[in-house]
Design a protein around this ligand. Sequence first.
Ligand SMILES: [Fe+2]
Ligand SMILES: [Fe+2]
Length: 160
Amino acid sequence: MRRGTATLLFGCHQFILHPIYVARAWQRLYGRPGPGDLMAIIVHDWGYLGRRDVDGPEGLHHAWRVAVILDALGLHRLARLVEGHSRAWCAAAGIERSRLYAADKLGTALMPSGLWARLARWTGEIEEYQARRDNNGSMNPDPVAWHGRIYRPAAMQAFA
Ligand SMILES: [Fe+2]
Ligand SMILES: [Fe+2]
């Protein structure tokens, strides 16, 4: 199974768990999410489906893949929310980050560290995150293995 599919099924972007934590983060940051916000929170990482990596060249487009579909459905506000959640994609495409960016990162930090690490090991995502951290995050400016006790940068501590 490709890693992009694995992360959605039983990894760090598990399609039920991850949105629950992102929704809780959104509530903490901005108040109760509206129906559109919730829809964006639920679908924002579905672009990983079928991708060979999560944090590499294929995973880079995961936000854009979902945004294209939302745009085609006429859901332009949600498309911008989703597209702007990925720091790497925003940097690559030269676009602004959206409110979903901070909620996504805080949501990941809200997941218990032990659970996050177990999911990351199941799917092998931990290797990608570790590699990214070891080469100082060439694609992604922040160290990616920042979760919980593994590594939590000052920006996340401010949210906690
Ligand atoms: Fe994402
Ligand atoms: Fe996410």
